[in-house]
Design a protein. Structure first.
Length: 167
């Protein structure tokens, strides 16, 4: 029984590290792109039942709340996001919101970076910026320049996730 529990724990840890996007202590740029109303509402990740509720925090920021569909977890997470433009590409800068009275602060103060590909007003996809980038950046200007230089390379991105609007 102990072996099963240990094996299950290891599998959960491996899954949690699989497919993680690049983490940065700075965003690609400051929030200067106004949030389109097309992003607001309730969304489902195409391959799961997890619901994402996106609301406008202000003209330049979105609040994203993930609501798991499973009955075991019921633990939702909240994020603040803004969009950066580089050439004709849009990138999502997402950082986790700290929960009050929470012991765990994993992801708070860290930016996760994704390229956004819109497919109309009821569907969009995000591609994670690969976590294979070894460089660390101290300023948004340096990160912006790096992404601008390499963003057209196919291996610059990891997995793609598609989201469908439900409300």
């Amino acid at each position: 029984m102990k072996k099963i529990i240990l094996l299950f724990s290891l599998v959960l840890i491996m899954i949690s590290f699989y497919g993680c996007p690049y983490e940065s202590k700075v965003p690609i740029s400051e929030a200067t792109v106004k949030i389109s109303n097309d992003f607001l509402g309730e969304w489902n990740y195409k391959d799961t039942k997890t619901k994402y509720i996106i609301s406008k925090e202000d003209d330049f920021h979105m609040r994203i709340k993930s609501v798991p569909a499973d009955t075991i977890s019921k633990d939702s997470s909240e994020y603040i996001a803004h969009i950066s433009k580089i050439k004709d590409y849009s990138f999502l800068n997402i950082t986790k919101v700290a929960k009050e009275n929470s012991f765990f602060s994993s992801g708070v103060g860290t930016y996760y970076l994704y390229r956004i590909i819109k497919s109309g007003s009821s569907e969009f996809a995000i591609k994670e910026v690969t976590n294979n980038i070894k460089e660390k950046f101290d300023t948004p200007k340096d990160l912006y320049g790096y992404i601008e230089k390499y963003m057209d390379l196919s291996f610059f991105y990891g997995t793609e996730e598609t989201y469908v609007k439900i409300k």
